[in-house]
Design a protein around this ligand. Structure first.
Ligand code: ATP
Length: 447
């Protein structure tokens, strides 16, 4: 057998020093305890592709949980184990996560799919994985540090830019791999291999997706929504009739596609504003995928995807809030309300809702108003504090909130711009004195 390729040089070139030291340490610990240790999966794939990826997945040919405990001890970190799966996650003091899995022969049940019986445990572990390019491992032991373990031709597939499953029962075992194939294919610009493509079509024809649990489908959908190009992934899913296979109501229609395209635009626009926090983008895409569904249909989808009662109720409420707010903004525009009214309409809305509202109304002035709120109005701060109100004899409570709200409103409308004016307004409100003449005195006060 020809000598394995060694990529220690690539590790030195591509990884932060700290991470290199961690991998060395991980290998030495394995040697001390007499177990081979490998780094596996996406980490190795991305190393060869020269994509930064610092998520370390280790596989130990031995007791992975005990190994993880020891690794945590050496670094003074924490660890959490799942004894049932013989896995653990170590969290180092600097926040670095290390996932540890156990490779053990007796742990797998693959009578039909197994080509040979004589497999090392690392080979068995890699054989369970989704695609050849994800089934690479790297030796970490000191004498073989950086040796590539490639049983399935992954290096060639990376070179040819192709995704291939490891065996023909792969999608029977786990249909979510179909969605993963599309996701990786779009992310890396890899094509899906011919045989793998036929297996996908076969899996869809035989409705493998029907028996798949909602939580697993939703998990994979969320991963899609968090990719750089979710819409192109969704289009590919549509081409394979996968969305309809999850549920007919999820099929991509032209109008959904138009909304999802705007969702993508709005997310990119917002990203470039660099305002923290950023939205949960999956939620926007999910709302887009559910465009046009009435509440009963939405409930069916929420059930299919196994949303908890609370999650489903929150989504239903958000959809309603989006609709009501859009109506509110149309009314506000019609009667030419002041900016503060727009602020109070949008202020209770989660960021995701506001952005979705923009995506749903790309060519309406409404989009401009929501963007005004997000970029400007909502960042307005008043200079009157709780202590000021306390000094005026107003304690925390509904009256307190009401006064503050009116000061904020006046500030946004340019009717109380400096601290002195805001304080005077608060004082009048606190004492129950009339404020109309005060507000009318201000430069913007003749609206
Ligand atoms: P990402 O960059 O999206 O995190 P990743 O390859 O690290 O990519 P994970 O979902 O974190 O993806 O999975 C880690 C590894 O576990 C994969 O590289 C793959 O080998 C394996 N794996 C994950 N999900 C499956 C699955 N459904 N079937 C088989 N193997 C899987």
């Amino acid at each position: 057998r020809k000598k394995d390729r060694n990529v220690a040089g690539l590790l030195r070139e591509r990884l932060p020093k700290k991470l290199q030291a961690l991998l060395k340490q991980a290998g030495e610990l394995g040697q001390q305890t007499g177990h081979a240790v490998y780094v596996v999966g996406g980490f190795v794939r991305d190393l060869l592709l020269k994509h930064p990826n610092f998520d370390v997945d280790l596989v130990v040919e031995g007791d992975g949980v005990a190994y993880a405990a020891e690794l945590a001890r050496i670094y003074g970190g924490r660890y959490k184990s799942h004894p049932k799966f013989k896995t653990a996650v170590v969290i180092l003091p600097d926040g670095q996560r290390v996932d540890v899995a156990t490779a053990r022969l007796e742990y797998y049940e693959y009578p039909a799919a197994l080509p040979t019986v004589e497999l090392s445990s690392i080979k068995m572990d890699l054989y369970r994985r989704d695609f050849t390019v994800n089934a690479l491992a790297l030796h970490l032991s000191p004498e073989r540090f950086g040796d590539l373990v490639d049983f399935f031709g992954a290096q060639r597939d990376i070179k040819d830019r192709v995704l291939r499953v490891l065996h023909s029962l792969s999608f029977v075992e786990d249909p979510t791999r179909i969605v993963r194939a599309i996701r990786f294919s779009e992310r890396f610009g890899f094509r899906i291999g011919g045989q793998t493509d036929r297996l996908i079509k076969n899996a869809v024809r035989h409705s493998f997706f029907h028996k798949l649990s909602g939580s697993r489908v939703m998990h994979e959908l969320r991963l899609i929504f968090e990719e750089k190009t979710p819409l192109s992934c969704l289009r590919r899913m549509q081409d394979y009739k996968l969305l309809a296979a999850i549920h007919p109501l999820l099929a991509l229609t032209p109008s959904k596609e138009a909304v999802l395209l705007e969702v993508e635009n709005v997310i990119n626009w917002y990203r470039l504003l660099y305002i923290e926090p950023q939205p949960q983008v999956w939620m926007l895409y999910f709302l887009g995928l559910c465009t046009g569904l009435d509440p009963e249909q939405f409930a069916i989808i929420a059930r299919r995807l196994n949303f908890s009662k609370r999650q489903a109720a929150e989504m239903v409420a958000l959809r309603q809030q989006i609709r009501d707010t859009a109506q509110g903004i149309f009314n506000w525009e019609y009667h030419k309300g002041p900016p503060s009214e727009l602020y109070f309409l949008l202020e209770p809305m989660p960021l995701e809702g506001a952005l979705y509202l923009m995506a749903r109304n790309p060519r309406e002035p409404l989009q401009k108003y929501v963007s005004l709120h997000l970029t400007t109005l909502r960042h307005k701060r008043v200079e009157v504090t709780g202590n000021d109100l306390k000094a005026l004899g107003v304690e925390a409570g509904p009256r307190y909130a009401d006064i503050l709200r009116r000061v904020v409103g006046a500030a946004i409308d340019g009717l109380a711009v400096c601290r002195a004016e805001q304080l005077e307004l608060a004082r009048r409100l606190a004492k129950g004195e009339p404020v109309a003449d005060f507000l009318a005195r201000q430069p913007g006060g003749d609206r």
